[in-house]
Design a protein around this ligand. Structure first.
Ligand SMILES: [Zn+2]
Length: 146
């Protein structure tokens, strides 16, 4: 099940500004978290204004990130072990390719708390129109195979 930390995030999920591929990524994550672990997915953040983004990075000259472009979302991992969170990222990155020209950039990134993050979370990102699903495994196999 998909849950929202705040009413703001729920409104953003419903916004036509949200990148449709990012929506697909999150829906994929919800299915995998349910089938692999029986856990829900809680979105904690979608959109950040450039000012909010700069404040988070403590840098007024910070180059605005993917959250400012409606193509980034953060997922709480407070109900997950770190191993589960990392496995979810691995499953996601086997299914989704961020940019074939920059294969080192993932769609799903497990981030621990630190200077730019208040709590451990899974950062999800897309780079439309480059981000695409990868047909390594049939959908029905993913939950069982990994
Ligand atoms: Zn993020």
């Amino acid at each position: 099940m998909l849950l929202f930390k705040t009413a703001r995030v729920e409104d953003e999920w419903a916004s036509p500004s949200l990148d449709p591929t990012l929506r697909e990524l999150i829906e994929f994550l919800v299915l995998q978290a349910g089938s692999l672990f029986g856990l829900d997915v809680t979105l904690t953040c979608i959109y950040r204004s450039p000012a909010e983004d700069a404040e988070l990075y403590h840098d007024n000259n910070h180059v605005p990130g993917v959250h400012t472009q409606w193509r980034g979302a953060d997922v709480s991992v407070k109900d997950y072990t770190w191993a589960q969170a990392k496995q979810l990222c691995n499953v996601g990155n086997r299914r989704w390719q961020y940019d074939p020209g920059r294969p080192w950039l993932p769609c799903f990134l497990f981030e621990t708390s630190g200077d730019y993050s208040t709590a451990a979370h899974i950062h999800c990102q897309t780079d439309p129109p480059l981000t695409k699903p990868i047909d390594i495994l049939a959908d029905s196999e993913i939950g069982n195979a990994l």
